[in-house]
Design a protein. Structure first.
Ligand code: FBP
Length: 552
């Protein structure tokens, strides 16, 4: 394999572990906490998860553990979008297993959850693991978005677990994938299988978190990568002073990434989808808000700026949300008939008699290339693929129109030139920051301790993350504790609740205090590239979001 100088040096990085995990494995005891309840819909969830509901929180402490040296067979799945640090979760899991018993085996399921249903595996050896330590990407075994939902898929998963004689399956994934992990844990027990299921909290979107899961892995590195790029654009535009940069950032639903990047770079505008929804802000009002900043800055001679747009924004704008829901239902109800319509004009005609007039009018006003993006296939979890909707271009077009009308009225006298960008995939496979390298390795190692201690239906947890790694607290959180029932494809389904940006939370409130100044003045900050070697305050700092959340 061709490897870069950085990759070679990163192989030698030893991820830091919490104190309780850093000694001999026989000295890691499991302390059991209080029994837990789901966040809501408790009776229904108790009925669905008869064998796994309401288990206690567990924390690892120094003490004796006589189960930990058993020989184990474990399979690991990387599920959903890539997030920096996934390889280190696997490395931590592997090292834990081997420390427990050198005869233990780690299988990698190839290409995501379908590797489990189709029994596509590879044995992960030390040589393979060593090639991927502290590197980005999920390419060690590949990832996928297959949702395990049909009775056949569950039966196939059980069959694979039996064939491989698995003690456990580890699912490294986001909220949807860990919902799947909870269902699998329940299914295995209900069907007399002793195969345990453990999850690990992954997603760059940062929306799998709660009081016990302080952040999902990958969020730190992805935000720092995007912030470097945004900071570079801030400096570029501050130099040439001629462009407004409209930058869409990943985050399918939650705006955590946009908010964190705003803290790190101080753009002129950062839209927050959750606020748009809470205030029922229309698309026109959002355009007005952006134009207000452009007009003010132009009056000071500053015809340049930076606008951050969260990827999921369109789904939070009331009229567009309604449109998307109607499109989902209408197309799902007559899937074949819609699939037979090939061009956009005919698709619009097909929709004209099927969706309410108000929504149809919005479809007509959308530029055709954007309208088409609203009609693209949904992902296997039923989500609109917002990464493929060019919201940044939609907004720029509307802003341009609005500015020319303001110009006619002599309210605006500036010059508007723009560039559009989408930063998403660029951040998902970056070399993990020291924070993510350490956090992920600890999550993988904790997953091993949960398995060796005989637990199932748990999410590996490492907290106290704003302290030095030795003071981190590791353990496990029952997956059912994070669940509620939500409407999915026409019926109520158990799902892990997504953690959106809280408008009452410290990060949003801090942002809200500063944004008016940022929208008028040039306050850019240039964070630069992630540093892997050097002073700790540069290399090991967690995100500003995490620090603000800890200050409360
Ligand atoms: P996960 O929730 O699976 O971690 O993925 C998040 C994400 O990176 C989103 O930010 C983005 O909308 C989506 O994946 C893109 O998905 P795909 O890789 O299928 O295009």
């Amino acid at each position: 394999m061709n490897i870069s100088a950085l990759q070679k040096v990163r192989y030698n990085y030893s991820p830091k572990l919490p104190e309780c995990l850093s000694g001999s494995v026989e000295d890691i005891a499991v302390q059991t906490g209080a029994l837990t309840e789901a966040i809501s819909d408790r009776e229904e969830l108790r009925g669905i998860f008869k064998n796994t509901y309401g288990k206690p929180l567990v924390t690892f402490v120094k003490g004796k553990n006589d189960k930990i040296k058993r020989e184990l067979k474990v399979g690991v799945i990387l599920s959903g979008g890539q997030a920096p640090g996934g390889h280190n979760v696997i490395a931590g899991l592997f090292d834990g297993l081997k420390k427990g018993n050198d005869a233990s085996t780690l299988y990698g399921f190839l290409g995501g959850p379908s590797g489990l249903t189709d029994n596509k595996t590879m044995v992960l050896t030390k040589e393979i693991i060593d090639e991927y330590r502290n590197t980005g990407g999920f390419d060690i075994i590949g990832s996928g978005r297959t949702k395990i939902e049909t009775p056949q898929q569950f039966a196939d998963s059980l069959e694979t677990a039996k064939k491989l004689n698995l003690d456990a399956v580890v699912v490294i994934g986001g909220d949807d994938s860990n919902t799947n992990a909870a269902l699998l844990a329940e299914y295995f027990l209900a069907n007399g299988s002793s195969t345990q299921v453990i999850g690990c909290p992954k997603t760059i979107d940062g929306d799998l978190k709660n009081e016990h899961i302080e952040t999902s892995f990958g969020f730190d590195t992805a935000c720092k990568t995007y912030s470097e790029l945004i900071g570079n654009l801030c400096r570029d535009t501050n130099s040439a002073k001629k462009y407004w940069h409209f930058i869409k950032l990943m985050g399918r639903a939650a705006s955590h990434i946009a908010l964190e990047c705003a803290f790190q770079t101080q753009p002129n505008i950062c839209l927050i989808s959750e606020e748009v929804e809470a205030n029922s802000t229309s698309l026109d009002k959002i355009v007005d808000q952006i134009c207000k900043s452009i007009v003010h800055r132009a009056s000071c001679g500053d015809n340049f700026g930076i606008v951050l747009i969260p990827e999921g924004l369109v789904e939070f704008i009331p009229e567009i949300k309604k449109l998307i829901e109607e499109l989902n239902d209408t197309i799902a109800a007559e899937e074949q008939s819609f699939a037979a319509v090939s061009n956009y004009i005919d698709q619009l005609y097909w929709l004209s008699s099927r969706i309410p007039e108000s929504s149809y009018r919005i479809m007509q006003t959308l530029p055709p290339e954007i309208g088409q993006q609203f009609l693209m296939d949904r992902d296997p979890h039923g989500n609109v693929q917002v990464s493929r909707i060019e919201t940044e271009k939609l907004l720029v077009g509307m802003v341009e129109k609005k500015l020319s009308s303001l110009k006619e009225k002599k309210i605006y006298t500036g010059k508007f030139s723009y560039q559009t960008h989408f930063f998403g995939y660029e951040g998902r496979c970056a070399f993990p920051s020291n924070f993510d390298a350490d956090y992920c390795y600890s999550l993988g190692y904790s997953a091993f301790v949960l398995i060796a201690s005989g637990l199932t239906g748990y999410l590996s947890s490492v907290k106290n993350l704003t302290s030095v790694a030795s003071e981190w607290i590791a353990g496990g959180v029952p997956l059912t504790m994070m669940m509620n029932l939500e409407q999915r494809h026409g019926s109520k389904k158990p799902v892990i609740k997504k953690a959106l940006v809280e408008l009452n939370g410290a990060p949003f409130k801090t942002f809200a205090k500063k944004r008016d100044t940022w929208s008028q003045k040039t306050c850019f900050v240039f964070p630069g590239a992630i540093q892997y070697f050097g002073p700790l305050e540069v290399c090991d700092m967690p995100t500003i979001t995490l620090r603000l959340e800890h200050e409360k």
